[in-house]
Design a protein around this ligand. Structure first.
Ligand code: NAD
Length: 270
């Protein structure tokens, strides 16, 4: 048996899951030891490579996280908030690194993830790409440099299947802008304007979401001031950037102290 770290991919049939399975199967630095889907899914019991329409990979899709995590050093998880919270408890029991790309958590769910991070390494980021994580740092800096007469608006666009809004990345950018200004995002966020909203409140951070087609992910942070505008922009054209970031995070997390980490830690950006 190889000494390479064993990786389990959850949500194996999903857009990100399939990308992750291919990446791990081809990686010289890791080996695929498990693939999970939700109970009742028609991929359960099939070889994951064959289910994806390719060659057999020697890994059968299962629906029992406990059994799968027992053989894993790391778990790559892009599923749903409910599933990721359940996986976090089980990954912590197995002392496996849990890389969470899932977005759309509420505050209760985030608190549960923090509990799991007391016992194991949990790396969570609403966006795993290098470019977006750089954009987060730039947003924080620009927001700190500009006064409140620059209105901050965050505009994001994603494919038609996305179920949450604003995107996890838009919220990361909003948090960074709020931090730069020394305020709490929850107190200044304007999410989803509609109807007679009244004039814009000074100091608020606005969000707008576009959904359509197969857009992988686009984010603009606009600082609109009197007579001028700064626009910071990131466009993702290939989901592979998120998968590569997730695998990099898993390898980075091996052997670290238990705790809650993000991609800025992994990429050494802070
Ligand atoms: P998707 O709907 O294509 O895939 C999700 C998969 O998870 C599905 O196959 C579903 O059956 C599976 N799943 C749900 N519950 C499960 C369970 N209990 N056990 C096992 N599998 C389960 O979605 P997607 O586009 O791949 O995105 C998944 C998540 O990742 C979303 O929250 C999305 O916003 C997020 N995402 C994050 C990043 C990032 O860089 N952090 C990038 C892309 C997508």
């Amino acid at each position: 048996m190889s000494d390479l770290p064993g990786i389990v991919v959850t949500g194996a049939s999903g857009r990100m899951g399939q990308m992750l399975i291919r990446l791990v199967a081809e990686s010289p630095a890791a080996r695929l030891v498990g693939a999970l889907e939700r109970p009742g899914h028609d991929w359960i019991g099939r070889d994951v490579g064959v289910a994806m329409g390719g060659a057999a990979l020697g890994v059968t899709v299962g629906d029992d996280p406990l059994e799968a995590f027992a053989q894993a050093q790391a778990i790559l998880d892009f599923t749903s908030p409910e599933a990721s919270v359940e996986f976090a408890m089980l990954a912590a029991q197995a002392r496996a690194v849990h890389v969470i790309g899932t977005t759309g958590f509420d505050q209760d769910q985030i608190a549960k993830l923090r509990l799991a991070a007391r016992h194991a390494v949990v790396i969570r980021a609403g966006n795993m790409s290098l470019g977006v994580n750089l954009l987060v740092g730039l947003t924080r800096k620009v927001a700190a440099a500009l006064g409140e007469d620059f209105d901050i608006e965050i505009v994001e666009a994603h494919h038609r299947h996305k179920v949450d809004a604003p995107s996890g990345t838009a919220l990361m950018l909003g948090e960074a802008a709020a931090e730069g200004r020394g305020v709490r995002l929850a107190q200044v966020a304007d999410r989803g304007r509609d109807g007679i909203t009244g004039a814009r409140t000074p100091g608020h951070i606005g969000f707008a979401a576009i959904r359509g087609g197969d857009i992988v992910g686009e984010h603009d942070v606009i600082f609109a001031g009197p007579g001028e505008r700064i626009r910071l922009s990131h466009v993702a054209t290939d989901r592979a950037i998120f998968a590569r970031g997730a695998l990099r995070a898993a390898l980075w997390g091996l052997g670290r102290h238990p705790g809650a980490y993000d991609m800025a830690d992994v990429l050494g950006l802070d």
